[in-house]
Design a protein around this ligand. Structure first.
Ligand code: ZN
Ligand code: ZN
Length: 338
């Protein structure tokens, strides 16, 4: 659709369609004016009657805005409007036990473009075939829900600068998990290169500085080592880069016994998506608490156990063995000195 016509006065269905186009193709070029118009409308009346509409529009377009050059001022204008709305509505009147913003964002975002016009149309919402899956319009428009979604959008644009929202992997991190999973399943997604992936994570691991980042990358590299053990490659280079990354993981200092005992270390999920998600959660500063959900059998273990140097070094050692065996099977023994 022609998004230029989607001014703030446009019917909600048109705005929703224009925002949806930006949401689903957030990495592409779009007319930023559409986003700025919503930010201006929200800033003009941050606690107003239509604050819910502009806030949800800014939420839908937040991934796109997060990729724009900071110097063009779009993100700053959007953040100012969202912060004003959070301040205005956070403690607003509310008689609800729970709100949509407290649930998983991904499901809500998938259907929001269709449901958005019904938030302003009680009859349409009541007749909506999927109404059982959606909270009623008045809960969506509740001041505390609007403030909650303003904070969710703020967190996409300026991670870690707000509070009171559920942790989540960013859209880019979720896509990274899907790309990696497509490799592990043996059917790389369009644009995903297996050799680039192995080299990239090997190099990232070799450069890792923080313990949690390193632990997350070791979990991801471990999942990749499962793939390597069963899938031939055209050249050994990517295996060598992954090996170098795994070999850079430091052995634990001091006593070999970390005190966690036999059951104290996580057991990685065997489903690729789950193992990769656990690794991504560890690596992501804002999603680590999600391990409690995505840790599989080990979900109940404290973060400290996932970060245990003995556990991480053990995973890296096992993965390195797997990669070296695969290399030898596919390309023969390495020459001395290499
Ligand atoms: Zn409420
Ligand atoms: Zn330990």
């Amino acid at each position: 659709m022609d998004s230029v016509n989607a001014t703030p006065d446009a019917p909600i269905a048109e705005l929703a369609a224009a925002w949806e186009e930006i949401r689903t193709e957030y990495y592409a070029d779009h007319d930023t004016e559409l986003v700025l118009a919503a930010a201006r409308a929200l800033a003009a009346d941050p606690g107003g009657e239509r604050a819910w509409l502009w806030t949800l529009g800014l939420l839908m377009t937040a991934d796109y805005v997060s990729l724009q050059d900071a110097s063009d001022g779009t993100a700053a204008a959007v953040l100012d409007a969202l912060r004003a709305t959070d301040r205005a509505l956070r403690a607003g009147p509310c008689g609800h036990d729970a709100h949509p913003y407290e649930d998983g964002l991904e499901f809500q975002l998938e259907g929001l473009a269709e449901y958005l016009p019904m938030l302003d149309d009680a009859a349409a919402a009541a007749a909506y075939p999927q109404r059982d899956l959606w909270d009623p319009p008045e809960v969506w428009r509740c001041p505390r829900n609007v403030a909650g979604y303003a904070r969710v959008a703020i967190d996409i644009l300026a991670p870690g600068t707000t509070d009171g929202i559920p942790a989540r992997l960013s859209t880019a991190e979720q896509e990274e998990v899907q790309d990696l999973a497509s490799v592990l399943h043996g059917f790389p997604a369009p644009g995903v290169s297996v050799t680039w992936t192995l080299s990239h994570y090997g190099k990232a691991l070799a450069c890792a500085t923080g313990d949690a980042e390193r632990a997350g990358l070791v979990v991801i590299a471990t999942a990749l080592s499962w793939y390597i053990a069963t899938s031939p490659l055209a050249s050994p280079g990517p295996l060598d880069e992954l090996s170098a990354g795994l070999a850079s993981v430091p052995a634990p200092r001091g006593r070999p016994d970390c005190g966690h005992g036999a059951a104290g270390h996580p057991v990685l999920p065997t489903v690729p998506e789950d193992a990769l998600t656990a690794g991504m959660c560890l690596k992501s500063p804002h999603a680590r608490q999600l391990l409690a959900e995505h840790g599989g059998r080990s979900a109940g273990l404290p973060l400290e156990n996932w970060l245990c140097p003995a556990f991480v070094a053990g995973l890296a050692r096992d993965a390195l063995t797997r990669v070296r065996v695969a290399r030898e099977q596919q390309f023969g023994p390495r020459r001395a000195g290499h």
